[in-house]
Design a protein around this ligand. Structure first.
Ligand SMILES: [Fe+2]
Ligand SMILES: [Fe+2]
Length: 691
């Protein structure tokens, strides 16, 4: 409070008219101005004094008071505080209002003596000074309150801004930007504590920005000790507010490395270095702010010095750089605390995401390892989908130019692709491995039954021959019957061998044009006509209904039941993937995966949706990736690898027939997406992660 008293300048002003009523002692101890023109003198007093506040005791007559009061009312409290001593008659002061009475310390009808003058002046100054001090304190408290409120708002806003930023690099940039804005710093750096391979702590100079000098610094590592300024703060957790980095206390354990300054013609003068402490009070890094350019005037105008004043010449540093205000020590500690929590949250989210992604990859690779024929398929589909999404982002033509995948959406697509066939885990592996129309066991059984039939017929003919021999005499007739029987036997057995060979051909999954069913029905009827008995004497069925169903498959190796079982994998995938509590940004994963077998012409599954708009772009991309990988794969049970030229032709044909999205197929072919896929990535992944 004393500093406020020191600023006061007490002045007695006496108007020409009031002088007639006043006796001024020769030794009064005050500055007394006898004024001919009060207005002029007051104004010139205000204009000439600097860094002081005028408190005035103004002696004047009633008429002068009324005039002067109007002038003083328009002057700011900042300039002058005053009280009046008015000379007048009872009638004149009768009508004065409350506000007038507050500023009149004395009213006199008669002239005053020297001693009265001294008493009145001292009493007036006592009152005016008190009033000024109280007002100043009140104003100070009020501005502090406003300042604190602003700091609190800044902190809340910083907390909010930091908590919403999910990108680690952007987060560090944001922390530095906000720190500089608050403190008016010209430059700043962020250091993060990390561990080396042996678990030792070290400090990484992670991010830096200087407003006056637009060269980003490269990351570098520092040992974690008290020898550097940042290291000292990181080790001790103590805030350092340094006025001049080139003039550190001689006993300071740390020193300032001026090499970067020299290299860049910069002068790091004032510094504020604060530790970033996480929720368990562990120091995870340091924020170092350099060269405060804070000017109260600018701050009051709402400007951010950090982004208005450029420090270029040596005199700029002299003129603009000030020591960081002490209040920022604690404020920046609070900001650094928020920053530390945001950085930790970000690290944790990234860690959880990475762990989850690794879990997905490990699960998918475990499932795919069941069947070497398709292993790596989901990984390759994911790679193709990602490459396609990037290509879509660069597309300037066609309907695809209106699409843009964010990084998160590309990650969503990648996860959906990795999981797109996850539902196959619910399906019997033998169905996937079925390379012929009949399972090997079933075909073997069929052949065994045919062999049995062969031997059975052979035996039957032999016993008929023996019976014939017994019952008939030798002669021409007997010889003829024998010959006929031998010929019949020969025909029959040859036919069985033919049928077996024919069925063997029909078991192949190749696409056939002939009337399969008619041939099978004929063979089946032939078999039915032959009575073949089991050991127990029952009738043996050579070709079962199940065999007929499978052998009548016209394309591939799967019968309708098996095909629908395989097709059900998309529903299994959907049910499984839907149960995962995805974060909102990955909410489309189940739908994208569900639709990877839908076709634009409505021939796909599970719902036979037709039209481009009925499925998401991501699903249409996946449909192409899925077909491409199946065609290129050389080890599928039912087909050989198709040469690349033919693969691209097939994709184009499918697009022309309206099965696949033509724009996407065109993009796939034109941008040679297939060349960007590392077909061995899965093997590498398994080697690195599974061993
Ligand atoms: Fe699939
Ligand atoms: Fe697939």
């Amino acid at each position: 409070m004393d500093y406020l008293f020191e600023r006061l300048k007490n002045i007695v002003l006496i108007s020409e008219k009031a002088k007639a009523y006043t006796s001024i002692p020769a030794e009064n101890g005050f500055t007394v101005i006898e004024s001919v023109d009060l207005r002029k003198d007051i104004q010139s007093l205000i204009d000439t004094v600097e860094n002081v506040h005028i408190t005035a005791a103004i002696f004047l007559c009633f008429g002068e008071y009324m005039e002067l009061n109007m002038l003083l009312n328009v002057l700011s409290f900042k300039d002058i505080s005053y009280q009046f001593i008015v000379f007048g008659s009872d009638d004149e002061v009768k009508g004065l209002g409350f506000e007038n009475l507050l500023e009149i310390s004395e009213f006199r009808r008669q002239p005053i003596s020297e001693s009265e003058f001294s008493f009145i002046v001292r009493k007036t100054f006592a009152g005016v000074n008190e009033l000024y001090i109280n007002r100043s304190l009140q104003e100070g408290y009020f501005s502090k309150l406003i300042d604190t409120k602003k700091d609190q708002e800044d902190l809340i806003n910083i907390g909010r801004a930091l908590s919403t930023e999910k990108d680690s690099d952007k987060l560090l940039r944001l922390i530095l930007y906000l720190s500089k804005r608050i403190t008016g710093a010209d430059a700043g750096s962020i250091y993060l504590v990390e561990h080396d391979s042996k678990g030792r702590k070290r400090l990484r100079f992670k991010h830096s920005h200087t407003f006056s000098w637009d060269v980003p610094l490269e990351e570098k590592l520092l040992p974690l000790n008290k020898k550097t300024i940042a290291g000292y703060v990181a080790v001790t957790g103590q805030v350092l507010n340094i006025s001049d980095a080139y003039n550190l206390p001689p006993d300071a354990p740390y020193s300032f490395n001026s090499s970067i300054d020299k290299k860049n013609n910069y002068l790091s003068r004032s510094m504020l270095v604060v530790p970033m402490r996480n929720h368990v009070d562990e120091i995870i890094g340091v924020i170092q702010l350099i060269n405060s350019k804070e000017s109260i005037e600018k701050k009051n105008n709402g400007e951010y010095e950090a982004f208005t004043i450029r420090l270029e010449k040596p005199e700029d540093f002299k003129r603009h750089v000030v020591t960081f205000n002490k209040k920022y020590n604690s404020l920046m500690e609070a900001v650094a605390g928020q920053a530390a929590i945001a950085i930790e949250n970000n690290r944790m989210i990234t860690q959880i995401k990475n762990q989850f992604e690794e879990f997905v990859k490990a699960s998918v690779s475990a499932i795919e390892s069941r069947d070497p024929a398709t292993s790596g398929h989901s990984f390759r589909v994911a790679d193709i989908c990602k490459a396609m999404a990037f290509a879509v982002n660069e597309e300037n033509e066609g309907y695809l130019k209106d699409f843009h995948f964010t990084e998160t959406q590309i990650k969503e697509l990648e996860l959906a692709a990795l999981l797109h066939d996850f539902g196959k885990v619910y399906i019997d592996l033998s169905v996937f491995k079925k390379s012929k129309k009949l399972y090997p066991k079933d075909f073997e059984n069929l052949c065994l039954r045919l062999n049995y039939l062969y031997r059975f017929l052979e035996l039957q003919y032999s016993s008929r021959e023996a019976e014939l021999m017994k019952s008939m005499n030798n002669g021409e007739e007997t010889a003829r019957i024998f010959t006929e029987l031998a010929s019949e036997k020969n025909q029959m057995l040859t036919r069985i061998v033919e049928i077996r060979d024919r069925l063997c051909q029909m078991n192949e999954p190749a696409v056939v044009d002939e009337d399969l069913e008619e041939t099978l029905n004929r063979i089946s009827a032939e078999m039915d006509e032959i009575e073949c008995l089991t050991v127990e004497g029952g009738r043996m069925c050579i070709i079962s209904q199940a065999d007929l169903l499978n052998l009548s498959i016209r394309r591939g190796s799967l019968n309708p039941i098996e095909r629908s079982e395989i097709e059900s994998h998309v529903m299994h995938t959907y049910c499984f993937v839907s149960k995962i509590p995805w974060p909102p940004e990955y909410k489309n994963i189940p739908e994208i995966a569900l639709r990877h077998h839908e076709k634009i012409d409505g021939t796909g599954y599970p719902d036979g949706l037709s039209g481009r708009e009925s499925t998401m772009l991501q699903s249409r991309i996946m449909a192409i990736a899925d077909i491409y990988d199946a065609l290129v794969a050389g080890d599928r049970p039912y087909k050989k690898a198709v040469p690349m030229d033919r693969v691209l032709e097939i994709l184009k044909e499918e697009a022309d027939r309206g099965v696949l999205d033509g724009d996407l197929v065109d993009l796939f072919v034109r941008r040679k997406i297939y060349q960007k896929i590392d077909r061995d990535s899965f093997k590498k992944y398994v080697q690195e992660n599974v061993g």
